[in-house]
Write a protein that binds this ligand. Structure first.
Ligand SMILES: Nc1ncnc2c1ncn2[C@@H]1O[C@H](COP(=O)(O)OP(=O)(O)OP(=O)(O)O)[C@@H](O)[C@H]1O
Length: 257
């Protein structure tokens, strides 16, 4: 049976001044998979994420999510699509003047007619789902550790029960134990909730622990996609260095126990 494509990127071009970031970039993301996006610094992983969720207007190309062209769709149709995804930005991007609970409630307040009590109950549920203790509900972002802030950002991304979760470097800045706990949380939520996950990362351990498939950004496009094993066979300088460097071997050994 053909797999359902939930995100389809075709001929994408992004450019800032003379700096061409993407040219003729194609990518398909299938329902229910965790797709890892890797690539050297500045290859445009975050720009690709931002192009898909409509925060970055590309110069050319198309992005379809659930079959809807995010560049062309009328506002009301886009709002329905946006309600079906959640985004966790690199630093959590929490509102500093709101508590964790208020942060998680924010998308519900903005996009649903739920009454305050239901919003609050749902927010507390999401906060528990990401492994934060009840006392975190009333704390402000500045009172949280880096790992807790990431969990709070994840709870907010889950606020509207999304089908697609976008994660920008979820383990950046976490210590190795915190990072592997976060990897396990992502995988656990993905399987329990049947999520499709678009995950930008540099972290080889995260790739092993969470990703079904990996897309490599290089030469302004998606150079290749495949499993880690498949990418280890690819004869390209960056891909070879990344998947055969000392860190890659350590991650492989760790993943294989
Ligand atoms: N709004 C913008 N205006 C100008 N240049 C931008 C803008 N956003 C991104 N860029 C440039 O686009 C390039 C790609 O940026 P992006 O943040 O997507 O890279 P990345 O692959 O995610 O990098 P890293 O791994 O270092 O986080 C960089 O050269 C960056 O400076």
């Amino acid at each position: 049976m053909a797999r359902e494509v939930v995100i389809e990127v075709r001929g994408l071009k992004n450019q800032f001044g003379p700096n061409v970031i993407h040219e003729d970039l194609d990518l398909d993301i299938y329902r229910g998979e965790v797709l890892g996006i890797v690539g050297g610094s500045g290859t445009g992983k975050s720009v690709l994420l931002r192009s898909i969720v409509g925060l970055q207007a590309p110069r050319a190309g198309s992005v379809r999510v659930f079959g809807v062209d995010v560049r062309q769709a009328p506002r009301a149709e886009m709002a329905r699509v946006e309600n079906r995804w959640g985004v966790m930005f690199q630093d959590g991007a929490l509102f500093s003047s709101l508590t964790v609970r208020e942060n998680v409630e924010a998308p519900m307040r903005e996009r649903t007619d739920l009454d305050p009590e239901t919003r609050r109950a749902l927010a507390d549920l999401k906060i528990a789902m990401v492994g934060l203790p009840p006392k975190a509900r009333t704390l402000f972002p500045s009172e949280l550790s880096g790992g807790m802030r990431k969990r709070a950002g994840l709870a907010r991304a889950l606020a509207l029960d999304p089908e697609i979760l976008f994660l920008d470097e979820p383990t950046a800045g976490l210590d190795p134990i915190g990072a592997s706990e976060f990897d396990a949380l992502i995988r656990n939520l993905q399987t329990s909730l049947g999520l499709t996950v678009f995950l930008v990362t540099h972290d080889l351990d995260t790739l092993h622990a969470t990703c079904d498939r990996i897309a490599v950004l290089a030469e302004r496009k998606v150079l290749v996609t495949g499993t880690i094993r498949e990418l280890m066979e690819v004869d390209h300088p960056w891909v070879r260095d990344y998947f055969h460097g000392p860190r890659a071997h350590a991650a492989l050994l760790a993943a294989e126990g």
